[in-house]
Design a binder for this molecule. Structure first.
Ligand code: NAI
Ligand code: MN
Ligand code: ZN
Length: 336
């Protein structure tokens, strides 16, 4: 089988590998489509601290069950999407429903071989069956929406919220759709530095967009007359948290999801005097069923995020576009 392998930082190749055999409790998936994510690029460059090499990357993928190990009841041939979070089930985070930060966390495509491969074995519990009403491309992009579902569950969302999302990349846009189409927030502001991405934010439901490369967020908020009651940082520059704390309404919630190792400067007085709640979110814990329901009900449109499609053989072009053309690019799909 063909697999996209990062053999060592900086070297990414299409390799012929032996087809994996599902162990007890596992299914083998014949992958049909996969989505490229920023973290795949980080692994390719050696800047993901959790990855070991060589590694088959890919954690956003869809396919059909093609073989099953002992004790698996999923029928062969069913369409599934894979939750990349593999957890132990017995540590403290697992015991409180936070399997995404399991003490023994194994993310498919990061800690273990992933879905940019013609076949991939995963625990059967990570393979979610799909209703026929969800298309193949929609299914492929369930994972980034699970990230949005996770952070919005942590922050809570109210219809009365004035929400501010920093960053209109793929993740920012999944959050925009969830805030607007699922929760119907009253007013949704999105910032970015790239006009094309802001146009995408409007197309996905934002009420107001600001290019903060040339427009002042503080001025726009002052003109609008209401401070954000919910702020989500999907741009993840370390300077953003301090600004979010500054501009947030009293009693606001702030959601962060960045992995920068650089410090953020924050002022406790601003947090406490406004009694702000700051929530972090990593990947997702058990959000696939919820996102599948939202997509099946027509409340989310993952297909709106697709900007490019490539066959597996052209994976190098796919990565090149994804990495170097942020103005044109959102989700890039590989088909197998
Ligand atoms: P991306 O890099 O495609 O998008 C980030 C966007 O933020 C870009 O459009 C950029 O122009 C914009 N931006 C940069 N600085 C900004 C600023 N100061 N103000 C406003 N916009 C700014 O990345 P993607 O894939 O959308 O992911 C967003 C972030 O979320 C990344 O940092 C990624 O590491 C993180 N992430 C976290 C996850 C989690 O579970 N915690 C999961 C997935 C991604
Ligand atoms: Mn991802
Ligand atoms: Zn655990």
């Amino acid at each position: 089988m063909k697999s996209v392998v990062v053999t060592r930082p900086g070297v990414i190749v299409l390799e012929d590998r032996a087809q994996p055999v599902p162990g007890p409790g596992e299914v083998r998936i014949r992958v049909e489509q996969a989505g490229i994510c920023g973290s795949d690029v980080h692994i390719a460059h050696g800047s993901n601290p959790f990855a070991h090499y060589p590694r088959v990357i890919g954690h956003e993928f869809f396919g059909r069950v093609d073989a099953a190990g002992d004790g698996v009841s999923l029928p062969l041939g069913v369409r599934v999407v894979v939750d990349p979070v593999v957890s132990c089930g017995h540590c403290y985070p697992c015991s409180v429903g936070r399997a995404n930060v399991c003490a023994n966390l194994q993310v498919i495509g990061v800690h273990r071989d992933g879905g940019f491969s013609e076949f991939c074995c995963v625990p059967a519990g990570n393979a979610h069956r799909l209703p026929d009403s969800i298309g193949d491309e929609q299914a492929t992009l369930i994972e980034p929406f699970s990230v949005a579902a996770n952070i919005t569950d942590h922050t809570g969302v109210f219809a009365a919220d004035v929400a501010l999302v920093y960053g209109a990349g793929p993740i920012g846009l999944t959050i925009v759709q969830v805030l607007k189409s699922v929760y119907g927030v009253r007013w949704l502001i999105v910032t970015d530095r790239i006009d094309q991405r802001l146009a995408a934010a409007r197309a996905n439901g934002a009420d107001l967009t600001l290019n903060t490369g040339r427009e002042s967020l503080a001025d726009a908020l002052a003109a609008g007359g209401s401070a954000p009651t919910l702020v989500i940082d999907a741009a993840c520059h370390p300077a953003i948290l301090g600004e979010a704390i500054e501009i947030a309404s009293p009693a606001a919630r702030i959601g962060i999801m960045g992995f920068s190792g650089a410090p953020s400067s924050v002022i406790q007085q601003k947090i406490t005097s406004k009694e702000l709640s700051i929530h972090s979110s990593r990947l997702n814990s058990q959000k696939f069923a919820k996102v599948i329901d939202w997509v099946a009900a027509g409340r989310l449109h993952p297909e709106w995020l697709i900007s490019h499609r490539f066959p597996l053989a052209d994976f190098a072009s796919a990565f090149d576009v994804f990495e170097h053309n942020q103005t044109e690019c959102c989700k890039v799909l590989l088909s197998f």
